[in-house]
Write a protein of this length. Structure first.
Length: 126
């Protein structure tokens, strides 16, 4: 992202698409398990790459991107209506495994069971 307007547009697109996920009726899109990770807008604001991640894994994320590609016309219409811009960027959906990876890391940390140090031990020494 080159400038402030592109960054703001990317943020708005991420918010709009994330909000519309529940309204889409495509069976390939499981809105409860799907997350819009980030959006990158090209310098001329004609193309937006939407990175989508699923908690169910990379295969479900790739399947969801196909469903989102078929609903891209509806999503672009919503972007134009909400933002009041003349032309919405072309949406390109990319599967990402960051949600699955973060769930894996969280599970590994819980398995470690590292006890937290309390401040009481320090006050007893003084």
């Amino acid at each position: 992202m080159a400038d402030f307007k592109s960054a703001r547009l990317a943020s708005d697109i991420q918010r709009i698409i994330g909000g519309k996920l529940r309204d889409l009726k495509d069976p390939r899109i499981n809105a409860e398990r799907l997350t819009v990770v980030r959006v990158d807008v090209s310098r001329d604001r004609s193309v937006a790459r939407v990175y989508v991640s699923s908690l169910d894994g990379m295969a479900k994320a790739k399947e969801a991107t196909k469903g989102l590609e078929s609903a891209s016309g509806l999503l672009r219409h919503e972007i134009v209506a909400v933002l009041g811009i003349r032309k919405a960027p072309e949406l390109r959906f990319v599967a990402d495994d960051s949600a699955e990876y973060s769930a894996h890391i969280s599970k590994m940390l819980k398995e470690l069971n590292i006890p937290e140090e309390s401040g009481e031990e320090q006050s007893d020494e003084n």
